[in-house]
Structure formats: structure tokens, C-alpha cells
Design a binder for this molecule. Structure first.
Ligand code: MN
Ligand code: MN
Length: 466
């Protein structure tokens, strides 16, 4: 008997289905529990340093020990290495040796933000400001008129490091960047979005009350410097060896009446970093292949620098682990697999014109695989081969992970990169995958809870792959 078209379509066509139609009540409960912990992780780590510290805390709680070169290692051992306080490498030694390769996940923990310039403090018209230099690809118009907090460190010449936190604790004052009122914004409103708020106007208001009664300028700046001196024991010169970052002063929260979404600063890429970390920490049995989790810094500015994915810090860590087993690291790399875990663009019906509906990731459709990223004809992409995509399809289907495959918007609409090519350059088979994000790189990004949890399941499947 001839099959009906409906049956034929079911057999032959790709079946797209909203993730909520594919999970039961028990799974939905797990989604909620997981996302509660994820929100706490976001709030604890608004900068790469704070995030690295939280990762170390969670890792130690789960029995991971700091790695030291030359340490005897055996199957079942759990170690981590914190690279200069800004990135973390973790490994769970498998039952097989590293000659069989490692199962690696790589995400990043830096997010777009406003860094202070080396000489930031000044006074203009009896208002004190801090000058900023933006970090990463942010849309400058999104940063004025939102409460900001200042986090980071001041490294003193005597070797001590002061931790700065202005605006994060209850009752703390916050900082802000002002914008033009619409009444006087006629000219500004005619400018292209990218030019309406020049980077040199992203100056943080830090005070307006002058000190003393003497004549002369800079009395507001002096008052602010006095407060900083009282709180941190610093003088103006000390800004030169500081890393201070202005980040949104708002905690992660549920979005939507159905609480299906999470709004927060820094989903890119802490949403994948947390999934990669948590999946590793939750492994109960020793994996067959060694599980490695890389949580890198500097992705947003090109993965450069000593704490970025291009740094030899990763190779050194892997070589050290390999040395303990008398395995050449190059042999380990060529047998390894890496899931480059970074967020992707979620289809936004408000801006449908920049997406290509047949090849985009949608919220609530699970972790988004990207065979390639890049721009202008895949430039800058590692472009995984078909066999690699097939391997991950099988892996995810076997582990009942809800996943989708997409590109990031229309061809030539823009584009973006991840750490994937730097892993692939090392002769490691690599594929991109991550959570679809709405308003990516904004001070307040949105993700779907279901996708967060499915990404966690995906990471777990990578570690557990035989
Ligand atoms: Mn990213
Ligand atoms: Mn990014």
C-alpha cells in the first residue's frame, strides 16, 4: 500500500520541534534546577577574574586539586590550573592514556565591557569622571543610562593586589554614563547608530561634590581620589597598573511570565562555560578518555594574549599531562576532539531581515551546532568536516540531547568567530556548538533555559564519548 504524504514527509523530511514538546515534566524540573545554579554562577562572576575564581571554588568543592608540574597522575585524578587568575584549565584523567586523545570542551569567560583607561580620572565642569576604553565588539549606544559597577584589581608596586568592588554590594553607590536628552538630540538622532555615541563619550560619572572651600579647580576629582585613597589606599598613579572593568550592575533574572528565559549580562560565553564546567564536575564515573575543560580569556578581542586560546598555556598544560604518561602531546592532539562551546545568534523575529530562516538557530530548539562561523565566505572559520558533524550528531542523539544546526544570520550580514580555529590549528578535530542568544553582546542578553540545559547535556556527552 502506498504511503501517505504525511508518513513520507515524516520519514524523509527534517522534523523540527520545539524543545518543550520533546521533554517531560521530570526533565523540565531539571532545566529549572540547573538554571537556578547558572544564575548564581553569573552573579558571582561578572568579570573574567571573578568568574575564574568562582570556577576554582566550584572545582575544589568537587574534589579538583591544583595541578603542579611533575605531579604523579593516574586514572581518576582530577586537576585544575588557573592561568594568571583569568582562565582555568581542568582535567579528569581517563581510564585510557592520553595516547588515545582527550575529549575537550573550550569556552570563554571574558565578556564585552568598558575597561578603564590607564589615566582615567578627570574633572570637567565640576563633575568627576572615569574614562573608559571598550573591550570587545559592543554597541556603544547600549551602555549609557544604565547602572554600572566597577570591578577588578589594582596591582601595587610592592606586589600586593587590591580588589576593587564599587557598586556590587547592597547599598553601594553605582556608576553611570549619561546620554543626551531627546530635546537636544536632534542632530545626534540623525547619525548612524554606530556613530551616535562616540567611544570617547563613554565616561563614567563618579562624583560631583567638591572638597574643601579653597578656590581652584579639580576639587571634585580630589574628593573622589580621597575616597579611593581611604577605601583602597591608592594614589592616582596606581591606576596605571590596574585592571578595572565597568560592567552592568544588575543580577541575572528570569524573563517572561512563563519564566522560560534568563536575562543577564555575560551569557556570552559564561552560559557555555558553565555548561562545560558543570558537566565535568558532575561526572560520577571516571571517563574512558581524559576529559579536559578549557575556560579561556580574551576571546572577545581575538583570543590573543597569555590568557587567550592562542596562548601556549593550553599546550603547556596538555604537554605536562602527556609527559606524566610518556605520550607526545602531538599524538594526543591528533586523536583528540574539541567542542568549541560558544554562543550563537538566536533568530529574532524583530530583525528577521538579517537572518536566513532555513539555516538559523531558534531559542528553545536546543544547543546550536555550527559547522562553520566566520565572515565573508567563512573567513576565519575552522569549518569542521562532515565526518566531525556526523560524529557529534550521533553523540548527541545517543545521549538524547536536543540540538539544532545553523549559521549566524544571513551571508554577508556580518559574522563572527570563536576559539574553534585555534583548537583546529593545533591538529585537534573541532566543532562549534553553543547556546543561541538574543541581544548578544548587549549589557543584558537573553537565553532560553531549555537551551542552557541541553548544552550542559551536550557537554556531558562529549566527556562520556568512548
Ligand atoms: Mn563568545
Ligand atoms: Mn562574543
Amino acid at each position: 500500500m502506498a504511503e501517505t504524504n504525511k508518513a513520507l514527509k515524516e520519514k524523509l523530511f527534517t522534523q523540527k520541534k520545539n524543545g518543550w514538546d520533546r521533554i517531560g515534566a521530570a526533565e523540565a524540573k531539571k532545566v529549572d534546577g540547573y538554571c537556578r545554579d547558572y544564575k548564581a554562577f553569573l552573579n558571582a562572576g561578572k568579570t573574567e577574574r571573578l568568574c575564574a575564581a568562582e570556577i576554582v571554588r566550584l572545582a575544589e568543592e568537587a574534589g579538583y586539586r591544583p595541578y603542579e608540574r611533575g605531579m604523579a597522575l593516574q586514572s581518576g585524578d582530577k586537576v585544575y590550573l588557573c592561568n594568571r587568575g583569568k582562565s582555568v584549565l581542568l582535567a579528569f584523567l581517563g581510564t585510557k592514556t592520553l595516547e588515545e586523545g582527550a575529549q575537550i570542551t573550550a569556552a570563554h569567560i571574558d565578556s564585552p565591557r568598558l575597561d578603564l583607561k590607564p589615566n582615567p580620572l578627570y574633572e570637567d565642569s565640576e563633575i568627576a569622571y572615569l574614562k573608559t576604553h571598550y573591550y570587545g565588539g559592543l554597541r556603544k549606544y547600549q551602555w549609557p543610562t544604565i547602572p554600572l559597577e566597577l570591578r577588578g584589581v589594582i596591582a601595587m608596586k610592592d606586589g600586593t593586589v587590591k580588589t576593587v568592588n564599587i557598586g556590587a554590594d547592597d547599598g553601594d553607590p553605582k556608576l553611570v554614563i549619561t546620554d543626551l536628552l531627546p530635546h537636544l538630540g536632534a542632530e545626534q538622532s540623525k547619525k548612524p547608530l554606530g556613530e551616535a555615541v562616540p567611544a570617547e563619550t563613554l565616561n563614567l560619572v563618579v562624583g560631583s561634590r567638591p572638597v574643601g572651600s579653597e578656590e581652584g579647580g579639580d576639587r571634585v576629582k580630589l574628593a573622589v581620589m580621597q575616597l579611593l585613597n581611604e577605601k583602597y589606599g591608592i594614589v592616582e598613579d596606581d591606576f596605571t597598573s590596574a585592571e578595572l572593568e565597568a560592567v552592568p550592575a544588575a543580577d541575572a533574572c528570569d524573563i517572561g511570565l512563563d519564566r522560560s528565559l534568563i536575562g543577564s549580562y555575560g551569557h556570552d560565553d559564561r552560559v557555555c562555560a558553565y555548561a562545560a564546567l558543570r558537566a565535568l564536575l558532575d561526572l560520577t564515573d571516571t571517563p574512558e578518555k581524559t576529559s579536559v575543560c578549557v575556560l579561556a580569556d580574551k576571546e572577545e578581542i581575538g583570543s590573543c594574549g597569555v590568557t587567550g586560546m592562542q596562548s601556549a598555556a593550553f599546550d603547556t598544560f596538555m604537554e605536562d599531562l602527556c609527559d606524566a604518561q610518556d605520550v607526545p602531546v602531538r599524538v594526543c592532539f591528533e586523536k583528540s576532539f574539541c567542542l568549541s562551546a560558544d554562543v550563537t545568534a538566536a533568530f529574532d523575529p524583530n530583525f528577521a531581515e538579517v537572518y536566513e530562516k532555513r539555516n538559523d538557530c531558534q531559542i528553545n530548539y536546543g544547543i546550536g551546532l555550527c559547522k562553520y562561523t566566520g565572515a565573508r565566505g567563512k573567513s576565519g572559520a575552522s569549518d569542521a568536516n562532515a565526518e566531525t558533524v556526523a560524529y557529534v550528531r550521533r553523540l548527541f542523539d545517543d545521549a538524547k540531547v536536543i540540538w539544532q544546526l545553523g549559521e549566524m544570520g544571513k551571508i554577508d550580514a556580518g559574522g563572527g568567530g570563536t576559539v574553534a580555529l585555534y583548537m583546529a590549528n593545533r591538529n585537534i578535530t573541532t566543532l562549534d556548538a553553543g547556546v543561541p542568544v538574543l541581544s548578544m553582546h548587549a549589557p543584558f542578553e537573553v537565553v532560553a533555559k531549555l537551551d542552557c540545559y541541553e548544552t550542559y547535556k551536550g557537554m556531558k556527552a562529549v566527556y562520556e564519548s568512548k
